[in-house]
Design a protein around this ligand. Structure first.
Ligand SMILES: CC(C)(COP(=O)(O)OP(=O)(O)OC[C@H]1O[C@@H](n2cnc3c(N)ncnc32)[C@H](O)[C@@H]1OP(=O)(O)O)[C@@H](O)C(=O)NCCC(=O)NCCS
Length: 119
């Protein structure tokens, strides 16, 4: 289940976002979280599995297109389909069918698309 970010999720969100290669620096990470908290076009969601928050996905809305800027899953839960499931759940929570990747999320996004085409 995707949950919308709230301040109580700040620490876990920073932990999950830090797995993105461009978010290794703490200063950059704080700026990123701040923008998700304040910019109305930036939306951050966490994936809850049982009682744990195990994944994160961050989207910037540009017109009615959702651009996935961040996607990350706790290393202990990778390979269980959570990353793909987060992408599949974005259209309903963002109310748009136009979901695209940024350069930073492109390789995983395209892998998910290829799998969808094979199904
Ligand atoms: C990318 C990430 C979110 C995938 O999450 P996940 O829950 O493990 O993904 P799923 O279980 O839905 O899919 C797993 C598949 O994606 C593949 N995959 C993982 N990272 C990938 C990447 N960066 N590019 C393309 N494919 C990737 C895995 O090899 C696996 O392939 P397989 O099913 O053929 O074995 C996770 O690996 C992660 O947090 N990585 C670090 C953060 C990051 O680099 N994010 C940007 C990715 S472009």
């Amino acid at each position: 289940m995707l949950l919308r970010y709230k301040k109580a999720f700040e620490k876990i969100s920073m932990g999950l976002l830090s797995f993105m290669p461009q978010e290794k620096d703490v200063k950059k990470l704080l700026e990123t979280i701040h923008q998700y908290e304040t910019d109305p076009n930036w939306h951050l969601f966490l994936w809850k599995r049982e009682e744990d928050l195990v994944g994160i996905v961050g989207v910037r809305m540009q017109d009615s297109n959702g651009i996935i800027q961040h996607i990350s899953v706790n290393p202990s839960h990778r390979g269980e389909g959570i990353g793909k499931e987060m992408i599949q759940n974005l259209p309903s929570i963002l109310h748009t069918t136009s979901i695209q990747p940024s350069d930073d999320t492109k390789s995983f996004f395209e892998k998910c698309q290829m799998e969808n085409e094979e199904e």
